[in-house]
Design a protein around this ligand. Structure first.
Ligand SMILES: NC(=O)c1ccc[n+]([C@@H]2O[C@H](COP(=O)([O-])OP(=O)(O)OC[C@H]3O[C@@H](n4cnc5c(N)ncnc54)[C@H](OP(=O)(O)O)[C@@H]3O)[C@@H](O)[C@H]2O)c1
Length: 354
């Protein structure tokens, strides 16, 4: 049993890099003794990032075959990847191969003392989780493999919770449809440019795309079986994902009622802005490592109510909401009695209005 609170992050990409940064910068508030991270590929262009993470106090781990290349770059791995897992209480996989890593590596270390997390693409890794949605579904000691759901799934889930009241029960929800309008690539990426809008297939006969399917699985952990359907398309932008939602309720609410529900939920931000660039820019200026930690930013001028139907647009603080949930599970596992209080450190980065 490890005495120290060590968190090991696997991957240094769009999710891994800010996560290592936040964990390192908030070590004291989070009661963490050490943050280590695994970098797979020794790439000279990644050297500044790795040096910056080390300067923040995080420790580099690598597989032995890559040690020489890292050393030639002037970086000194302190642990092998397996040693770093052995020393950890929490392992947060931020790669697109979390399921493979679970089978090949993590299961060997599953002695009941650790929690392993993977991210949005890794459906099946473990219990799906989103902070503020299914916290009550986490079972201490039993849930050792947890999948932090994708950024758009967080967004869909918090809309359903807030507007339709899906929580302990299914609230007022009849059914809901979502169009996820996705950015083609992240600002940290130089590839995946698309020259024109690209529409997605409805490859899931029941739910359309994986976004609704993932949200259904998330609410299954609370015992609900929701009628959701999603579609997706990509736009040639690097800014935030946007979602168009149509939520049908069992009774009519008036628009003021819907807006009051949105304003009353801490994880929702509302805005009078209609451009994702302006929301993104606000996050860059006022967020933590440039991230807003709200689960959605709803554009108030787009919210319309037609009888039992609530329609509107919102923006997904991509990776901010996944980061929040990853941090939450880490603190929940390490600090049984103080995790919720420690999470309050992050409240300044959840904005009621943008
Ligand atoms: N991007 C987002 O906004 C976002 C939001 C929510 C959730 N997610 C989820 O987060 C996860 C990671 O996405 P990302 O966007 O952060 O990816 P990314 O930027 O492409 O980074 C992937 C990282 O994984 C590492 N990696 C890749 N293959 C590996 C392997 N076989 N073994 C060990 N490490 C490996 C890469 O290491 P090297 O570069 O060293 O090879 C890189 O550090 C996915 O599950 C995704 O669905 C992403």
């Amino acid at each position: 049993m490890q005495e120290r609170n060590v968190v090991h992050v696997v991957g240094t990409g769009t999710i891994g890099e800010p996560l290592i940064g936040i964990l390192s910068a908030m070590r004291r508030e989070f009661g963490i003794d050490e943050v280590s991270f695994h970098k797979a590929t020794p790439r000279i262009t990644d050297r500044p990032k790795l040096m910056a993470l080390q300067q923040k106090g995080a420790t580099l781990a690598a597989t032995p075959e890559t040690y020489d290349e890292f050393r030639a770059m002037g970086l000194n791995p302190q642990y092998t990847h397996l040693e770093a897992i052995e020393r950890s209480k929490v392992v947060i996989d931020c790669t697109p191969v979390g399921n493979k890593n679970r089978k090949d590596i993590y299961e060997q270390f599953d002695d009941g003392s650790r929690v392993f997390m993977a991210q949005g693409s890794e459906s099946g890794f473990g219990k799906p989780f989103a902070r503020g949605i299914n916290d009550s579904a986490l079972i201490r000691g039993e849930d050792r493999f947890i999948q932090v759901v994708s950024c758009n799934t967080h967004n869909i889930a918090v809309l359903l919770k807030t507007i339709a009241g899906v929580n302990g029960g299914t609230g007022l929800l009849e059914n809901a449809r979502f169009l996820c309008i996705r950015r083609a690539s992240d600002i940290s990426q130089s590839g995946s440019f698309i020259p024109a809008p690209e529409v997605g297939q409805h490859s899931d006969p029941d739910f359309g795309t994986h976004h609704a399917a993932d949200a259904v699985r998330l609410f299954n952990t609370l015992g609900h079986n929701l009628d959701l359907f999603s579609s997706a398309m990509k736009l040639n932008t690097q800014y935030m994902h946007s979602i168009h939602f149509t939520i049908r309720l069992t009774k009519a609410l008036d628009r003021e009622d819907v807006l009051r529900r949105l304003r009353d939920e801490r994880r929702v931000s509302v805005t009078d802005k209609v451009s994702s660039a302006q929301i993104f820019s606000f996050g860059r200026d006022h967020g933590i490592f440039g991230r807003i930690l709200n689960q959605t930013v709803v554009s108030v001028p787009t919210v319309a109510v037609r009888g039992n139907e609530v329609v509107g647009f919102c923006f997904t603080p991509q990776d901010g909401n996944s980061l929040l949930s990853s941090l939450c599970v880490a603190l929940w596992h390490m600090h049984e009695h103080t995790w919720d209080e420690r999470m309050r450190t992050l409240r300044p980065f959840c904005f009621p209005e943008i």
